[in-house]
Design a binder for this molecule. Structure first.
Ligand code: IPM
Ligand code: MG
Length: 359
């Protein structure tokens, strides 16, 4: 029997609640599909700051490196906002991405028919949307040097970051996006700001240079401002969207709202070999933490991505996704998705219903 080691990073806020749901489901679905999982909980983010004084302890990173896949819930909270940047929870997440070499972030956005009315957009605009944001995750303005804050001679303070990509950084993320487009509907839209930024012109030139390697893929380019508009005007036009780090951060939150709730969106972050990191797109929701109100579905769908992409356990992944569809079709909703005629449930009750749906 195959057995896999999962590093579990429950993190902060609602993280522990939604992690508990995901772990119970993963254990069940593994036993149903003939493999076993062992979970190694490690501190990250605010939880690690509280316990060990830093947001990504070396021991947590080592545990991640030694595992088959990493499941992360969420990090962050207002109590950490005043800390120096390198000691904030977000810095731990960035160090984790960099430390595991996770340059490719996959954020699928698929409309669940049962939730079509949960979106703030009209049903006719979003019905049938099925797109994938491929976001570069370890470069661009998030990591570019130089960066910082200086006091200038005239007494002003200046803050600055550098948006930078090398050709090899563009090529490796573009190849991931081309390959995923090949497996989907064969359309790749690369997002940039090449009308203004040199870094974007390089991005566009490199993506164009690779296109001949993927003759089945129809490549287009779109400026990021237009992409933001097109996502709410006509999101069905998109199959795979390729973006740099910052543009993908922004556009993936926007795309999340097509589904009605950011509480529905999973993600996978992958490198070249080594374990992948699977996490919901949403944050730690400190305002509802510990109240059994959190929506665990994005976490559960991230667990499904872990099974499919990280462990190549397709049948188990599909079973987990089917369980999510089933509870939604039964009308169960957490507060973020609640609608007339549906049944309001908490995080734990949603977990129990999902276990029941798995059988
Ligand atoms: C995300 C988040 C992170 C990011 C934050 C928490 C550092 O917004 O995963 O999209 O900006 O990448
Ligand atoms: Mg974000």
């Amino acid at each position: 029997m195959s057995s896999y080691r999962i590093t579990l990073l429950a993190g902060d806020g609602i993280g522990p609640e939604i992690s508990a749901v995901a772990v119970a489901l993963l254990e069940r679905v593994a036993s149903q599909h003939g493999f076993s999982l062992s979970f190694d909980p490690q501190p990250v983010g605010g939880a690690a700051i509280d316990a060990l004084g830093e947001p990504l302890p070396a021991s947590s990173l080592e545990a991640c490196r030694a595992s088959d896949a990493v499941l992360l819930a969420a990090i962050g909270g207002p109590q950490y906002d005043a800390l120096p940047r390198q000691l904030r929870p977000e810095s731990g997440l960035l160090a984790l991405r960099a430390g595991l070499g996770l340059f490719a972030n996959l954020r699928p956005v698929k409309i669940v028919p049962a939730l079509i009315d949960a979106s703030s957009l009209k049903a006719e605009v979003i019905s049938g949307v099925d797109l994938l944001v491929v976001r570069e995750l370890t470069g661009g303005i998030y990591f570019g040097q130089p960066k910082g804050r200086v006091r200038t001679e005239d007494g002003e303070e200046r803050g600055f970051n550098t948006m930078t990509y090398s050709s090899s950084e563009v090529d490796r993320i573009a190849r991931v996006a081309f390959e995923l487009a090949q497996q989907r509907r064969g359309q790749l839209c690369s997002v940039d700001k090449a009308n203004v930024l040199d870094v974007s012109q390089l991005w566009r030139d490199r993506v164009n240079a690779l296109a001949s390697d993927y003759p089945g893929v129809e490549l287009s380019h779109m400026y990021v401002d237009n992409a933001a508009m097109q996502l709410v005007r006509n999101p069905r036009q998109f199959d795979v969207l390729l973006t740099g780090n910052l543009f993908g951060d922004i556009l993936s939150d926007e795309a999340a709202m097509l589904t009605g709730s950011i509480g529905m969106l999973p993600s996978a972050s992958l490198g070249s070999g080594g374990p992948g990191l699977f996490e919901p797109v949403h944050g730690s929701a400190p305002d509802i933490a510990g109240q059994d109100k959190a929506n665990p579905l994005a976490m559960v769908l991230s667990a499904a991505m872990l099974l499919r992409v990280g462990l190549k356990q397709e049948a188990a992944a599909a079973a987990l996704e089917a369980a999510v569809d089933q509870v939604l079709n039964e009308g169960l909703r957490t507060g973020d998705l609640m609608a007339a005629g549906c049944t309001l449930v908490g995080c734990q009750a949603m977990g129990s219903a999902l276990l029941k749906a798995l059988g």
